[in-house]
Design a protein around this ligand. Structure first.
Ligand code: C2E
Ligand code: MG
Ligand code: MG
Length: 402
C-alpha cells in the first residue's frame, strides 16, 4: 500500500454489523487509522473535538435520526475538507443524486458503493483520493473585485486559449473554441468562472469580450495565412447582446482583419433570464444577417432551452458535457444526449458534443452520428501557438485509429 494507507478514515453506519465488516475490510486493505460511529451526532461531536482531522468519510445514506444527506450538510458547516464515499443499498439514480449533492456542497465525492460492499470496489474508490487536492472551485478561493477585473482588461492580462473541435466521422480539425484565461501576475493562470461573472455584474463584459474577440480574430487570420482556415468560436454573454451596436463593432473588427464573418461562431449561454428579449433578438438577428454564426451553448442546462431554440436563429447546438461524458453508462444521459442529437438533425443545424473525455465517449458519438466533438480526449484548451504541434499528434492518433 502506498501513501493512502496512512489515511484517517471515519465510518458512519447505523448497523453495527456493517461497521464491523467495513472496519475489517479496511484493515485488510492496510488502513489502520479508522474510527467508526453508529450515529451522525456522535461522529460530528468527535470531528469537532478532534479538529476534523479526517481524510475520508465512508457514509451510509439511510440512517434513523440524522440521515446521510443531513450529515453532509453538517460536514459543510464544520468546514470538512476531506473526501466522501457513499455506501447504501439505494438504487443507482438515488446514489448518483447523492453523489451530485456531495459535489454541490463542494466536497470531494470519490463515488458510491452498493451494499453489500465489495473489497475491491472499496479499494478502487479510496485509490481515487489525492491528498491535498480539493475540487477546482475550492482550490481557488480568492475572489476578485470589479476593479481587479477592470485592471486585468486594461493591462492586457487576459489571454486566449483555444480548444480543438473535430469532425467525429473523419477526425478532421474543423475549428476551435476560444476560452479566456487571466494571466494573473501573482496568482498564475485564473479560469473564467472566477472573473466572468464579476465582469458581467459590473459592466466590464463588453470591454472583456472586445479584447477576447480581437485576439481571436488576429489568431484566426494568422492560422488562415499559414494554411489553416478554421472556424473560431467565441463565448458571448447575454449582457453583450444588450448592446445594440455589438454587431456593427464585430463586423468592423472582422473586416479589418480580412476574416469572413462566417468563420466566426458566437456561443451564447444564458446564465440568467433574458432581461430584455427585444434587444437580444435585435442583436442576434442582425448578427445572422451579417453572416456571423450563432451557437446555443450548454444546451439543456440553465436557460439554454427549447424556447431559445424556437426563437433564435441558431446554426449550431452544443450538447452540454453533463449529458455527454459517461453517456454510455447512464440511461438518462443517453436519452438526453440522443434526443439533443436528433433535435439538431431535425432542425438542420450542426451539433457539437462537449466534454468528450475518453475513447468510450468518442465511440458512442460516432455510433450516434454526432457531427463535431470537443473535449480532453481530443485536446485541452491551449495557447494558439501550440495548435500546429497538437494537430500533428492528433493526425497521427487518427491515422492509428486513435
Ligand atoms: P463553455 O463555453 O461551456 O466552455 C467549455 C468549458 O469546458 C471550458 O472551461 C473547457 O476548458 C471545459 N472543457 C473542455 N473539454 C472538457 C472535458 O473534456 N471535460 C471537462 N470536464 N471540461 C472540459 P473553461 O475554460 O473553464 O470555461 C468555462 C466557461 O467560461 C465556458 O464554458 C464559458 O461559458 C465561459 N467563458 C470562457 N471564455 C469566455 C469568454 O471569453 N467570454 C465569456 N462571456 N465567457 C467565457
Ligand atoms: Mg462555450
Ligand atoms: Mg459549453
Amino acid at each position: 500500500m502506498t501513501g493512502t494507507a496512512r489515511l484517517r478514515i471515519l465510518i458512519l453506519d447505523d448497523e453495527p454489523v456493517m461497521l464491523a465488516v467495513l472496519e475489517r475490510m479496511l484493515a485488510n486493505l492496510g488502513f489502520e487509522d479508522v474510527v467508526a460511529f453508529e450515529r451522525g451526532a456522535s461522529a460530528l461531536e468527535w470531528l469537532r473535538s478532534s479538529g476534523g482531522a479526517v481524510d475520508l468519510v465512508l457514509l451510509d445514506l439511510n440512517m434513523p435520526e440524522m440521515d446521510g444527506v443531513e450529515f453532509l450538510r453538517r460536514l459543510v458547516e464544520i468546514r470538512y475538507e476531506g473526501g466522501v464515499i457513499l455506501a447504501s443499498g439505494e438504487d443507482e439514480t438515488i446514489q448518483q443524486a447523492a453523489v451530485n449533492l456531495v459535489r454541490a456542497h463542494r466536497i470531494v465525492a470519490l463515488g458510491h458503493l452498493h451494499k453489500p460492499v465489495q473489497p475491491d470496489a472499496l479499494a478502487a474508490l479510496i485509490g481515487r483520493w489525492q491528498p491535498g487536492v480539493a475540487p477546482d472551485s475550492r482550490r481557488a478561493t480568492r475572489s476578485y473585485s470589479a476593479e481587479d477585473v477592470e485592471r486585468a482588461i486594461g493591462n492586457r492580462e487576459l489571454v486566449n486559449h483555444y480548444q480543438p473541435k473535430v469532425s467525429v466521422a473523419t477526425g478532421a480539425l474543423v475549428g476551435v473554441e476560444t476560452l479566456v484565461r487571466w494571466l494573473h501576475p501573482g496568482d498564475g493562470l485564473v479560469f473564467p468562472d472566477r472573473f466572468i461573472g464579476v465582469a458581467e455584474e459590473h459592466g466590464h463584459i463588453d470591454a472583456l469580450t472586445e479584447v477576447v474577440i480581437g485576439q481571436a480574430i488576429d489568431q484566426a487570420r494568422a492560422w488562415r495565412q499559414s494554411g489553416l482556415p478554421l472556424q473560431v468560436s467565441v463565448n458571448v454573454s447575454m449582457e453583450n447582446l444588450m448592446t445594440l451596436v455589438f454587431p456593427d463593432r464585430l463586423e468592423r473588427l472582422a473586416a479589418g482583419a480580412n476574416v469572413p464573418a462566417s468563420d466566426l461562431i458566437l456561443e451564447v449561454t444564458e446564465s440568467r433570464l433574458m432581461s430584455n428579449i427585444v434587444t437580444a433578438l435585435d442583436v442576434l438577428t442582425r448578427l445572422r444577417l451579417k453572416r456571423f454564426r450563432l451557437s446555443i451553448d450548454d444546451f439543456g442546462t440553465g436557460h439554454s432551452s427549447l424556447a431559445q431554440l424556437r426563437d433564435i436563429p441558431f446554426d449550431e447546438l452544443k450538447v452540454d458535457r453533463g449529458f455527454v461524458h459517461g453517456a454510455v453508462n447512464s440511461e438518462k444521459k443517453r436519452a438526453i444526449c440522443e434526443a439533443s442529437l436528433s433535435l439538431a438533425r431535425q432542425l438542420g443545424i450542426q451539433v457539437v458534443a462537449e466534454g468528450v473525455e475518453n475513447a468510450e465517449d468518442w465511440r458512442y458519438l460516432r455510433e450516434h452520428g454526432c457531427d463535431l466533438a470537443q473535449g480532453y480526449f481530443i485536446g485541452r484548451p491551449m495557447p494558439g501557438s501550440d495548435l500546429p504541434r497538437w494537430l500533428k499528434t492528433w493526425d497521427a492518433r487518427v491515422a492509428r485509429g486513435l
